[in-house]
Ligand binder design. Structure first.
Ligand code: GSH
Length: 227
């Protein structure tokens, strides 16, 4: 459905790759702002992200991509969240004050630049080939290493949420990253603050509705498991 503010198409991922955490970040932001969008699948397993048609939308061959009302294709989840914030400032996703904004961006970039790229599909295939155990071990190592630093950052910045007591973009990056950590069997006992904040966020409808298990292409047996 198109909303009045932005007629947007969120290119996400199909079938078993409805899980893309970078796409989930964008879905949380759209839910948070109350922006309707049409969800379109890109099958990462079949390699549709490398199709001629999709490369016109995102030349880097990754999801997500958001098509705006004006027909502009936006890529990179963080850039998309900043765009959403600018077109619809109500329910801000960035705090007041330069220091707090810098802290939010430090968290989003720690996740998006330092942790997530090391465990995305292309890298896992390159690192582990078809050996599923090797892939899990690789992802587990890098997420654990990244979370070790992130936990200390949160000791300094967090209140109820990642930065103080208001929900920000940092929280929208944290929850999907924790979901991936669980998939790759990271021992979350070592990260009590990350766990506490993520669990609190997962009680909120914006985070539940946007959860991979609640997407149209999620398998029936997973539906509503996020509530
Ligand atoms: N930095 C990008 C990351 C995008 C990304 O890595 N997406 C993954 C899914 S979470 C993907 O499309 N992978 C496809 C591939 O590696 O071929 C963003 O934040 O949007």
């Amino acid at each position: 459905m198109a909303s009045e503010e932005v007629e947007s198409y969120l290119y996400s991922e199909e079938a078993i790759y409805f899980r893309s955490s970078a796409s989930w970040r964008v879905r949380i932001a759209l839910e948070w702002k109350g922006i309707d969008y049409e969800y379109r699948n890109v099958d990462l397993v079949k390699g549709t992200q490398q199709s001629e048609e999709y490369l016109k939308i995102n030349p880097t061959g990754k999801v997500p991509a958001l098509i705006t009302k004006e027909g502009k294709a936006l890529t990179q989840s963080e850039a998309i969240l900043e765009y959403i914030e600018e077109i619809k400032p109500e329910r801000p996703m960035l705090p007041k004050g330069a220091i707090h904004r810098a802290q939010v961006r430090a968290i989003t970039q720690t996740i998006a630049c330092d942790i997530h790229p090391l465990q995305n599909l292309g890298v896992l295939i390159h690192a582990g080939g078809s050996d599923q155990e090797k892939r899990v071990e690789w992802a587990n190592y890098w997420i654990t290493k990244g979370f070790t630093g992130l936990e200390v950052m949160l000791e300094q910045y967090a209140g109820t949420y990642c930065v103080g007591d208001h929900i920000t973009m940092a929280d929208m990056f944290l929850v999907p990253m924790v979901y991936n950590a669980q998939r790759y069997k990271v021992d979350m006992k070592a990260f009590p603050l990350i766990t506490r904040i993520s669990n609190t966020l997962m009680t909120l409808p914006e985070f539940q509705n946007s959860h991979p298990a609640n997407q149209p292409d999620a398998p029936e047996e997973m539906k509503n498991s996020a509530k």
